[in-house]
Design a protein around this ligand. Structure first.
Ligand SMILES: Nc1ncnc2c1ncn2[C@@H]1O[C@H](COP(=O)(O)OP(=O)(O)OP(=O)(O)O)[C@@H](O)[C@H]1O
Length: 616
């Protein structure tokens, strides 16, 4: 591993000059990254207006790799042009100081600091990962950046409906996005939005105002405008979902407002860790995060940054939160509740709402996989459309945790099951590679401990989760309840990715009639089973052991074990249809009020009435 060599010492003046040049090169690397990142959001807007969902999906996937590509590029430049692998400690401290100077007035200093860390961590040895060399603590405040924004490009616009009338305000809000495509019927949408706001607000106070983030958010087939409504002492989140209707024989393509969501819970679901990241053009990302956080203060900044596509900065903030939490807590890391994994050792800190997953060195029967294959599958999900049904994972290398905080039984489990992943370094346990995910209640435990209503809800959600994953083109592979979790918001989310497949690569099959009774009663199937074969009719023994569960399946998903349902999804995916699952319940659609736009086709998903009953 290259790291600063103490033998190669620069005279102080030269070190200053060299440090300045290195700092400039890193800042240029970051600026290039952020320019490309912003361009992706500009492109997303054009693709939304053209209705090119596949290209939008590709862009969202490709953008995830931009950061690492720019970091690599920058490390290579530093090595090639600045001989960065052969410099000494004093010089690297100078680099950091010069870099802080270069970020004065920079609109994205927090992200630029994280970029600096990513670059330096590839060059320096772990012993240098402290605040003298990298930004363990942030050096620059972001709070006042909003005030420096140019007036023509503010983070949000403020409207005062009392002065101009609510209709005019709503009209101006929609017009201010300057979409190329026309609205199908803006007067209709404005009237529907007004009705929703009036029903929720009641009396209008003197300070009634609406703040709307200037850049729309793009994901899947929708565009969202995020706002807050202030009325007397109430601050309400407001999210407009704008969708596109394709051109027909009689009308050109147009836009319409599909929903106006006014509840914090709807916002929480929209920005859930189980959704893919948004594409949004932000000059000052910290101002977007501050705005969003004012609407849902309980959601950590780390998760807001990740949702906005700045997942590396989100990861850096997460790690800071974890270290901070460790300093202010005393409980121990223990095995996560539930059935132990055959592929992963999963542990948690009860006072912190995440789980930590380490890939075992050897896998229990019947798992036949490799570390590389497991990692490839986790990567696949990370970059795939997760549609609110697959948890995001943060991937860490060489993460250090205080040894004293580990439960002895867990340490023994790690040393026994994943010895190649564990290293002891002074007072630390260093884990070579791990995934971190939001902790949920494993669905098997939720169903075991829940009352009848909970079981009914759990199974309804489980079926919807799988159907939506199929619509997104993902076959979960291992569908046992232990591989799904129930979130705080009552949504079922999948978290075990080591057997996921692209649905398009699988073959959905019907079980052939048995040749005789002996074959039917035998332990082995009487028909050939190839890798990638899906036999939905064979799932009931694994899923319907409990009578309450079986009844709930019958009620909510009578089609679940029918190969036709699976084939319908597979055909849609193979024909290139992009899943059209909206992250809000059908009854909140303006169309549901009777006058709005009809539903767009949605790849054979649960009927609206059924989806309507689900919690957000
Ligand atoms: N995000 C999570 N929230 C809560 N518990 C979790 C989470 N992820 C994993 N667990 C717990 O850890 C167990 C094992 O996790 P996981 O299913 O990811 O491992 P695995 O080794 O891939 O499992 P399998 O043997 O099914 O392949 C789960 O059954 C569950 O009890």
């Amino acid at each position: 591993m290259p790291f600063p060599s103490a033998t190669h010492r620069f005279p102080r003046v030269l070190a200053d000059a060299a440090g300045f040049e290195l700092a400039i090169a890193i800042r240029q690397g970051f600026d290039r990254h952020y320019a490309i990142f912003r361009q992706a959001a500009v492109d997303a807007r054009a693709l939304f207006e053209q209705g090119d969902w596949q290209a939008l999906q590709r862009l969202n996937r490709d953008r995830i790799a931009f950061y690492d590509a720019r970091v690599q590029e920058c490390v290579a430049t530093l090595a090639r042009e600045h001989h960065a692998t052969a410099v000494d400690d004093a010089l690297w401290q100078q680099v950091k100081l010069h870099y802080i100077g270069l970020l004065t007035g920079h609109p994205q200093p927090e992200c630029a600091e994280t970029f600096f860390n990513s670059v330096c961590c590839r060059i320096l040895h772990r012993a240098y990962f402290n605040n003298d060399f990298i930004f363990v603590r942030p050096a620059l405040a972001t709070e006042y950046l909003e005030n420096d924004e140019p007036a023509e490009a503010p983070t949000y616009r403020v409207y005062y409906p009392r002065d101009e009338g609510l209709d005019t305000t709503l009209w101006r809000i929609l017009s201010h996005f300057h979409f190329e495509a026309p609205f199908e019927d803006m007067s209709r949408d404005v009237a529907l939005m007004r009705a929703v706001i009036e029903a929720r607000l009641g009396l209008v106070a003197d300070n009634f105002q609406i703040h709307v983030l200037s850049s729309p958010f793009f994901r899947n087939t929708a565009c969202f405008a995020v706002a807050r409504i202030i009325n007397a002492d109430t601050v309400l989140p407001a999210v407009l979902a704008i969708r596109r209707r394709p051109a027909s024989d009689v009308a050109p393509a147009s836009l319409y407002v599909d929903a106006l969501l006014l509840e914090p819970r709807a916002l929480a679901t929209l920005f859930s860790f189980a959704h893919s990241y948004f594409l949004v053009d932000m000059g000052v990302p910290s101002a977007y995060v501050a705005f969003l956080q004012s609407l849902l203060p309980g959601k950590p900044k780390a998760e807001w940054y990740a949702s906005l596509g700045l997942q590396k900065h989100g990861k850096a903030l997460f790690y800071r939160d974890l270290l901070h939490h460790l300093r202010h807590s005393s409980d121990a890391f223990v095995s996560a509740p539930g059935i132990k994994g055959l592929v992963m050792i999963v542990f948690t800190l009860p006072s912190f709402p995440y789980v930590f997953k380490v890939i075992r060195d050897r896998f229990g029967w019947p798992k036949e996989t490799t570390r590389e294959a497991v990692m490839a599958r986790y990567r696949l999900v990370k970059t795939h459309d997760r549609l609110g049904r697959m948890a995001d994972t943060l991937e860490f290398s060489k993460a250090a945790f205080p040894r004293a905080r580990f439960d002895e039984a867990l340490l023994a489990e790690l040393k026994d099951g994943a010895p190649s992943m564990i290293e002891f370094d002074g007072d630390d346990v260093v884990i070579q590679h791990l995934y971190i995910e939001r902790r949920m209640t494993p669905l098997n435990l939720y169903l075991r401990d829940g009352d009848d209503a909970a079981v009914d809800h759990g199974i309804a959600e489980y079926g919807h989760a799988i159907k939506e994953m199929l619509a997104a083109g993902i076959f979960p592979g291992d569908m046992l309840y232990k591989n799904f979790g129930m979130t705080r918001h009552g949504r079922v989310v999948f978290y075990d990715y080591d057997e996921v497949e692209y649905l398009a690569d699988c073959t959905v099959k019907t079980v052939p009639a048995p040749p005789d009774e002996e074959a039917e009663l035998g332990a082995e199937p009487w028909y050939p089973v190839a890798p990638g074969d899906i036999f939905p009719e064979t799932y009931p023994p694994f899923l319907l052991g409990d009578a309450r569960v079986a009844a709930a399946f019958k009620r909510h998903h009578p089609d679940f074990f029918d190969p036709a349902m699976w084939r319908a999804h597979q055909n849609a995916v193979r024909q290139g249809r992009v899943a059209d699952v909206m992250p809000y319940p059908a009854h909140l659609r303006l169309a549901a009020t009777g006058a709005g736009a009809p539903a767009a086709g949605n790849a054979g998903l649960a009927p609206d009435a059924e989806r309507d009953r689900r919690s957000v």
